[in-house]
Write a protein that binds this ligand. Structure first.
Ligand code: M6R
Length: 609
């Protein structure tokens, strides 16, 4: 999704804002641009060469005069209008003295576009964003102060978005405003910044602040009619600039995969106190409210949804509460029956996925309690929920999630144990023991990761295949879904996931000798059933890969290749069986010469519907 960086203050360098945009690359983009604003006017450079746009922009940075005090930058993920040069941001008004960058969608754009055209404005792009610049121009022409014009226009825009605007007449001030979409304020060395995400400004800022919604904030020199930074709430960002540097690996995907054991361990350790008891990072309601819960719904998208599916088993197992899990974009349009003994859990790495935020917001409005499981401190999801569990995975740059997935499962497992204890289904000793055994899974994750080269060697005969099926039952079905998603995202191959018992109800018709079936068969209570399902697959001539616990030769005899993982308790098995699948997706994508970090068409943080 679009990324915004804007900086103001003594000698802001265009290169600094450019570096911020580079650090937002993971959000996904297809064009980019920057503007330098001075009293004499606005200089804009843009590039629309897909994922090479920032490289192209870099070659032209020297065209922006050095020693400026105000620079705004943008990476665009096309929504209204193709990713062309004309549609790339920043956009300006007819005078060229109002410049803006925008993230999100203006829902009433058609009506507003008609209005500005009727008023005689000349539109240079097909975007919804440019229309805003012209409406602000009208506000100024009507005698409004810049902040007032921004506020007045913003109040007319329907939808979720973030906007950063600068004016040639005020070259030492930038204005920002947001509704649901992410935007934060950062400061350091006497300079101030707006950014979509903290990693963009980690190397230039030392303090970070939340932005309120629907309120114009001015950074730089104070401006009439706008709130200044003194009204902002500080954010405790504990990530460091080097956390987002690629060191020792070809891609962030590979680096973050290698960090998985540490991410899981840091997450789980932070949610267990010195006595082995539970920690909830932010609990804004009385624990009694959680004790009386009678139903849990987990919502999320993509990989986070899959973590939620694992969470269902864990919560039902430990806390004995019925759990349903839904894709956030579906849940938000249902008419769920909610009340105050119902908990809705939003799982989101970024804490900014619009679908998840709106699903959780809707549940809160209907009276449910809410919990956020997120990797980003101060993200919107964390702010709106009644309780928060943070995953401590560090920044995840690769579009395809790895280390945050196991961290989410770890956090949900601890929440399940916490609820189990709170509701009296577990004695404190039992809960402590369960937490301790979960903590020990970190070494099994590390041991599985240490086998990466072996997995890749075993998978070599399959890298040319183009049809994959992932099967598993019970706790392994979400793992199958995650394995298929990783492969789809990174390799663009057809990959389907099914509950193993469901194959014979239809999908088995697709199997032939070209199909590869990856069967997840750890030693658990359904192992025999899955072995029988593997026999069904073999009988149709499909090639089989099994993922099994160490010391399971029987599973291996049914397959062309076996990927063994260290044995853990069956209830923790999704934390280790997912690893060979993450390795597999990376290996196949690499063999196809694809970019592991920025797969085509995808954005890391999906801030539009
Ligand atoms: O930031 P979120 O966890 O809310 O993001 C949800 C999905 O967009 C995300 O998991 C997506 O599926 C990833 N590309 C998975 O690798």
């Amino acid at each position: 999704m679009c990324g915004i960086v804007g900086g103001v203050g003594p000698s802001i360098q265009a290169a600094e804002v450019f570096d911020g945009l580079k650090r937002l690359e993971y959000r996904g983009y297809d064009s980019a641009g920057m503007a330098l604003v001075g009293a004499e006017g606005v200089e804009v450079i843009r590039a629309a060469t897909g994922r090479h746009s920032l490289d192209e922009l870099k070659g032209r940075l020297s065209r922006l005069a050095p020693g400026a005090n105000l620079v705004v930058g943008h990476t665009r993920w096309a929504t209204h209008g193709a990713p062309t040069l004309g549609n790339a941001h920043p956009h300006t008004d007819c005078t060229g003295r109002v410049v803006l960058v925008h993230n999100g969608i203006v829902d009433n754009f058609r009506e507003l576009r008609g209005e500005v055209l009727a008023l005689g404005h000349e539109l240079k792009s097909e975007t919804d964003s440019e229309v805003i610049a012209h409406l602000i121009e009208d506000g100024l022409a009507a005698g409004m102060e810049p902040a007032e014009a921004v506020a007045s226009v913003f109040s007319r825009l329907l939808g979720h978005m973030a906007l950063v605007v600068a004016f040639a007449q005020l070259p030492l001030t930038i204005f920002g405003i947001r509704r649901t979409s992410p935007l934060l304020v950062a400061a350091g060395d006497g300079r101030s910044f707006f950014a979509s995400d903290a990693p963009a400004v980690l190397d230039v800022a030392t303090s970070f602040y939340e932005m309120p919604e629907d309120r114009v904030i001015a950074i730089g020199e104070p401006a009439k009619g706008a709130a200044g930074t003194s009204v902002l709430v500080p954010l405790a960002i504990d990530w460091a600039s080097q956390d987002v540097e690629l060191v020792g690996y070809q891609s962030f995907y590979e680096m973050e995969l290698a960090q998985e054991g540490e991410a899981f361990s840091d997450t789980v350790s932070s949610l267990i106190d010195e006595d082995g008891g539970a920690v909830v990072d932010e609990l804004k309601v009385d624990p009694y409210e959680l004790k009386r819960l009678r139903k849990v719904t987990v919502v999320g998208c993509g990989t986070s949804y899959h973590a939620g599916l694992v969470g269902r088993f864990l919560i039902e197992h430990f806390a004995k509460i019925p759990v349903e899990v839904d894709v956030a974009s579906e849940y938000r349009y249902r008419d769920p029956i909610l009340d105050d003994d119902h908990l809705v859990v939003g799982v989101s790495q970024s804490g900014e996925s619009l679908d998840t935020i709106t699903a959780v917001k809707g549940a809160a409005a209907a009276g449910a309690k809410t919990l956020a499981v997120t990797n980003v401190i101060g993200s919107q999801l964390s702010r709106l929920a009644d309780a928060v569990l943070y995953t401590r995975a560090g920044p995840e740059v690769s579009v395809a999630s790895t280390k945050t997935h196991v961290s989410q499962v770890g956090a949900l497992a601890l929440f399940a144990i916490y609820l189990g204890e709170l509701k009296g289904h577990m004695y404190p000793e039992e809960a402590r023991e369960a937490r301790s055994s979960l903590r020990d899974v970190a070494s099994a994750i590390e041991a599985a990761l240490a086998r990466q080269a072996g997995y890749e060697e075993s998978l070599a005969p399959f890298v040319g295949s183009d049809r994959f099926f992932f099967i598993g039952r019970n706790l392994q079905y979400p793992v199958a879904l995650e394995g298929a998603l990783k492969l789809k995202e990174l390799s663009y191959l057809a990959a389907e996931a099914y509950p193993a018992g469901e194959l014979k109800h239809g999908p088995i018709a697709m199997l032939d000798s070209e199909a590869v079936v990856v069967a997840l068969v750890p030693r658990d209570r359904l192992r025999e059933k899955v072995l029988a399902n593997i026999e069904e697959v073999r009988a149709r001539g499909a090639r089989v890969i099994v993922v099994a616990f160490d010391g399971d030769p029987e599973a291996a005899t049914l397959a062309e290749t076996a990927l063994f993982v260290p044995e853990v308790r069956p209830i923790w098995s999704p934390l280790v069986t997912v690893i060979p699948l993450q390795v597999m997706a990376g290996a196949i994508a690499r063999s196809r010469g694809l970019n592991l970090d920025r797969p085509r068409n995808l954005a890391k943080t999906v801030t539009v519907e």
